[in-house]
Design a protein around this ligand. Structure first.
Ligand code: ZN
Ligand code: ZN
Ligand code: FE
Length: 761
């Protein structure tokens, strides 16, 4: 009996290009005795196959079940068609269709197969720092344009040798169509430059770099998305020197350890944290530091955490190979001056990093798109993103409904922008603080690059309400010159929408409570908001509660000086600034009287309800932090001061729509006079905040029946506050949403702007 031949046509969309999808389909087809073809179209992958019913069924099932590690199928349609008489199964060349787009893979950390080959003396890529394959290696950072083919990447100038070419053409090889594939014969090379002449290449360069690190020197190392500044993490002098040269006094440095065993030695690591460290994104993961670790405390001053990552390129693995006397953990901080974007072009690096680095370990594979290392942690058992960049961008965030092509420009600090079309939100990698020309440039060129890659022609532009944000100015100018509608979204409404979108919230009338605890954002009344309980959804919101306002002296300048904020609170509540108080004793009498004059005469002060500033003030009041060298430092130090055994709390009366703060300040001052430890005060402050938030939500629930709560804003990076608040609110029967895919800080704002913009049209 002969079974009849059947035909199928498959259309697959998702991350299916540059991830070994066609060879995967090829081998499945061949194994199931199917004939036909597969090709990359500009919207995904198309397949036509002929074969017996049972074989076709197995083929379709295996595509779903055995998807290659880096691929993600968003949609797959299977259609029965008349069989054609194919003689074999073939991979056809690409078929671009105008207007369509294909998701682009982020950079992927080195895979196990390549790691094995890297350290295998018999392999022809033994110790080759640029080994990669279809399952790993550079992607987004080397792509200049689409389609993703070698000539349109920064690998274009490297002509493949016959051996590499043969692998590249063989559908059954792991390097079939691996665009960045290379070997020591034909690919990029490393070089060591010390300024003393006698530059070294290849293995000599690596060994020399290791020697310099061993000797406590600071190296600029060209990596995947930019330059790192590296030094021995155990050498306090080296770390201190790096801080001085980088002009970064306190902000923690990222660290890199050769393997998991080393990280376990220095940090407490949960299974979820280990999984995140080992994920193909290889982010920096914030971990609890072990008490006995010999890593220099200067890597993360005043912190009980360390930001750790594993080597994600072959170059990093070779650089960090364990050897007696070689530091098993290196500082690997982005190669830039504090607050400037990471250096990624060789000339720029030589210019900017020349004074910071003792020597350079570079290579000749150009970086097209700079990306910083991503930073994440595990909170409440889930990934909690802090900086979304390498490994994650430009993966799209899936939206719960279709949107028009648009651009959301994002915020001023920790900027990301988002371009969207269909169900996809292409959120950019972390751009940085839009405070200088370099960052603004990378913002503008980033937008152009994403528009080209994903074929988004914005029909609407969304931005913040703050007129002086550079992102807002860009949006306003562009909307004007292209005659596009512009929607300005209130900062904290954007935070609420961002958390909703992050959690797949459907557009519609349903409302949620948004507890938005933030630094600062322009309010609709011209004051600065930031401690807000909103009720709303994508389309709109009401401001149900907010922190009692205080006059922020010098506006944003106060952010650097928690002491000023604290004194402004005391002045506002008519509390005599007694000499014994920490903020008073650290300030010169003359400065104090200038500040008082400023407050009395209302000169250059702006009312704010910011929760971030309240944290600053309390941090200053109890003597934890008077001046912040980076954003959020006072609040972070305050969190680190908490005595976790303390269950007491301060009262925050709710009067109409205001969370009153005077009793807090009087009580803390009283307790300070009684000699209560600052650790207990820090805990009582946090506990009190959580209580008043619960009370506010219960009131809203009784008024409206709303039980969904979204937590967003930079203050929610405080783990004590986050975990205890979620516990308390869930315990009281609320459904609490927190961020997962995008940061709770301003790095998530552009996603919220986008969701609001679509809903308001
Ligand atoms: Zn690989
Ligand atoms: Zn080669
Ligand atoms: Fe914010």
């Amino acid at each position: 009996m002969t079974e009849t031949l059947k035909g199928l046509k498959l259309n697959i969309t998702g991350i299916v290009q540059g991830v070994g999808f066609r060879p995967f389909v090829y081998s499945l087809a061949v194994n199931n005795q199917l004939k036909g073809w597969v090709l990359n179209s500009s919207s995904g992958v198309e397949i036509e196959v002929n074969g017996l019913q049972t074989d076709l069924d197995a083929f379709v099932r295996q595509i779903r079940e055995q998807t290659p590690p880096l691929a993600r199928i968003d949609r797959m349609t299977v259609e029965e068609i008349e069989p054609n008489s194919f003689a074999e199964f073939t991979i056809l060349s690409s078929q671009p269709r105008p207007g369509d787009f294909v998701p682009i893979s982020p950079d992927v950390s080195i895979c196990d197969d390549c790691t094995r080959e890297l350290f295998d003396p018999a392999n022809r890529r033994y110790r080759y720092p640029f080994i990669n394959c279809t399952n790993c290696g550079p992607r987004f950072t080397i792509i200049q344009d689409i389609p993703y083919d070698r000539p349109l990447t920064t690998m274009a100038d490297f002509q493949m040798c016959p051996d590499c070419e043969a692998e590249y053409r063989n559908p059954l090889d792991r390097r079939f169509h691996a665009q960045p594939t290379a070997c020591p014969v034909c690919g990029p090379q490393v070089k060591f430059i010390s300024g003393k002449g006698g530059d070294l290449a290849a293995e000599g360069a690596l060994q020399e770099a290791r020697q310099w690190l061993r000797n406590g020197k600071i190296l600029a190392i060209k990596g995947l998305g930019g330059y790192h500044l590296a030094c021995d993490a155990f050498n306090g002098d080296a770390v201190d020197e790096l801080r001085r040269r980088k002009r970064r006094s306190d902000k923690p440095f990222a660290l890199m350890a050769f393997d998991m065993a080393t990280i376990h030695k220095h940090c407490h690591v949960s299974p979820r944290e280990e999984e995140l460290l080992l994920s193909h994104q290889h982010p920096v993961v914030i971990l609890a530091r072990r008490a006995g670790s010999a890593i220099s405390p200067l890597t993360a001053p005043h912190q009980n955490t360390l930001g750790m990552m594993l080597p994600y390129t072959p170059l990093h693995l070779l650089l960090m190979e364990p050897e007696p006397g070689f530091p098993e953990v290196l500082v690997m901080t982005s190669g830039n001056l504090s607050e400037e974007p990471i250096a990624y072009e060789d000339e720029q690096a030589a210019q900017h990093l020349g004074e910071m680095a003792d020597a350079f370990l570079i290579h000749n594979r150009p970086i097209h798109m700079r990306t910083d290392d991503s930073v994440a942690r595990i909170a409440l058992g889930n990934v909690y993103m802090i900086r979304r960049a390498r490994g994650y961008a430009p993966d799209a965030i899936m939206l719960s409904s279709k949107v028009r092509p648009m651009l959301a420009a994002g915020s001023e600090l920790k900027n990301t922008f988002t371009l969207a079309r269909d169900n996809y939100a292409f959120m950019s990698h972390h751009i940085g603080d839009l405070e200088n020309f370099e960052t603004l440039q990378s913002f503008e060129s980033g937008i152009r690059h994403y528009e080209r890659l994903f074929k988004v022609v914005p029909e609407i532009i969304a931005c913040d309400m703050h007129p002086n944000y550079l992102a807002t100015r860009y949006a306003v100018q562009r909307a004007e010159s292209e005659n596009l509608p512009l929607i300005q979204v209130q900062h904290h409404h954007a935070h609420l929408a961002s958390c909703l979108a992050d959690n797949g919230w459907q557009p519609g009338d349903r409302q949620a409570i948004g507890i938005i605890l933030d630094g600062t954002g322009m309010g609709t009344d011209g004051t600065i908001w930031g401690g807000e309980v909103l009720i709303g959804n994508y389309a709109g919101y009401t401001r149900r509660f907010h922190l009692e306002q205080m006059p922020l002296p010098g506006g944003d300048a106060a952010i650097r000086h928690p002491v000023r904020t604290c004194l402004a609170y005391l002045w506002k509540f008519g509390i005599e600034p007694a000499k014994e108080l920490a903020p008073v004793s650290t300030m010169r009498a003359s400065d104090l009287s200038i500040l008082t004059q400023q407050l009395v005469n209302n000169i250059n002060t702006i009312p704010t309800s910011s929760m971030g500033r309240l944290f600053d003030a309390v941090s200053s009041l109890i003597g934890v932090c008077q001046h912040a060298s980076y954003e959020g430092q006072a609040a972070i130090d305050l969190e680190n001061a908490i005595d976790p055994q303390e269950n007491g709390f301060y009262a925050f009366p709710l009067v109409k729509d205001i969370v009153c703060l005077k009793p807090l300040f009087s009580e803390i001052i009283q307790e300070l006079q009684m000699g209560v430890q600052k650790e207990k005060i820090a805990a009582r402050f946090h506990n009190g905040i959580i209580r008043v938030l619960l009370a506010a939500c219960q009131l809203i629930r009784s008024e409206t029946g709303i039980t969904d709560i979204a937590l967003s804003g930079g203050v929610w990076q405080n783990m004590y506050l986050l975990t205890h608040a979620v516990q308390t609110l869930s315990g009281a029967g609320f459904n609490v949403m927190v961020h997962h895919q995008v940061p709770t800080n301003d790095g998530g704002i552009s996603l919220g702007q986008l969701a609001v913009c679509e809903a308001q049209l």
